[in-house]
Design a binder for this molecule. Structure first.
Ligand code: GUN
Length: 287
């Protein structure tokens, strides 16, 4: 069997088209959707991601405010910047690019962001709402993956889905989103014994390890006709790669996302969508 490519660039464009229209309608009302980003330190991958996010905002008519902070910024200084952005009525969404330098407390930072500006869906408020099926702002990568399933009319009900990731940004929100669709979800992680056994019985595998020296999803590990969503992206032997080799997996799977050009563009598109949602939340409370 040769499977179908789930093309993140094409699906992301459909989301961006909708966002562009929403942004232009808001502008007619005199509201200019605005995303503030905070980038700390010199991580080259993070700098590239933030640059791509700004470029995408520009494409759809979302204003950006760019805060680049030195690696040595203190927790207090960062708290002050977040407080200022929370209070700034011209800012609708706030994104602090992760990971943070080791001396900063990620939970303290993400939970300080106002829930109505939390375009990453990482505050306790928004992650809590997600766990009771009342989500408004959901982490971008998980909602991007769900958008991919929707685009291809992939029914998740009753499917055995294996997640290989348990992070706050990917695995945990996905777990809730997939459960809402009545899938049976198993979360695997670095301490799981015999990941291969779980993968072989899965209808859908969503993998986000991002380190080829630790994990590679090979065709032998998957069931014929299964669906593979590769969320990972890392540099390996001078190439950008995911957790699996797309060309090999597609010979056995029914649907596969490539890397690059799969989940990555979806994450950016969903950030734009969340910024519009956050703008609407701001309007609702009169700011
Ligand atoms: N680092 C990698 N992915 C993300 C994301 O979706 N949001 C933030 N804030 N940082 C990230």
């Amino acid at each position: 069997m040769t499977g179908i490519k789930i093309d993140g660039k094409i699906i992301a464009q459909t989301v961006k088209d909708r966002v562009k229209k929403a942004a232009s309608e808001l502008k007619i009302e005199g509201i200019n959707p605005c995303l503030a980003t905070v980038l700390i330190g010199n991580n080259p991958a993070s700098a590239t991601y933030v640059k791509n996010k700004h470029k995408a905002c520009e494409e759809v008519g979302i204003i950006t405010k760019d805060h680049k902070l030195d690696e040595s910024v203190t927790q207090q200084e960062l708290n002050n910047i977040i407080d200022e952005l929370n209070a700034d009525v011209s800012v609708h969404g706030i994104l602090v690019q992760l990971p943070l330098p080791k001396h900063l407390n990620e939970f303290a930072v993400t939970s300080r962001i106002s829930p109505i500006k939390d375009v990453d869906g990482l505050t306790p408020h928004n992650s809590g709402l997600l766990s009771v099926k009342k989500a408004v702002l959901v982490a971008c990568t998980p909602s991007g993956v769900m958008e991919m399933f929707d685009y291809h009319n992939i029914n998740l009900e009753g499917k055995n889905i294996v997640l290989i990731n348990r992070s706050n940004l990917v695995g945990k929100p996905l777990y809730h989103l997939l459960l809402e669709k009545n899938a049976t979800v198993i979360t695997c992680h670095s301490r799981t014994k015999d990941i291969e056994k779980f993968c072989k019985s899965a209808d859908i595998i969503i993998t986000a390890v991002g380190d080829r020296t630790k994990f590679i999803l090979t065709p032998e590990m998957i069931k014929e006709g299964s669906i593979v969503i590769d969320v990972a992206i890392s540099r390996f032997e001078d190439k950008l790669v995911g957790d699996c080799d797309y060309e090999k997996i597609i010979e056995k799977a029914s649907f596969v996302t490539p890397v690059p050009g799969g989940v990555g563009p979806m994450t950016v598109a969903m950030l734009l969508k969340n910024t519009i949602t956050a703008t609407s939340l701001g309007i609702q409370i009169g700011r």
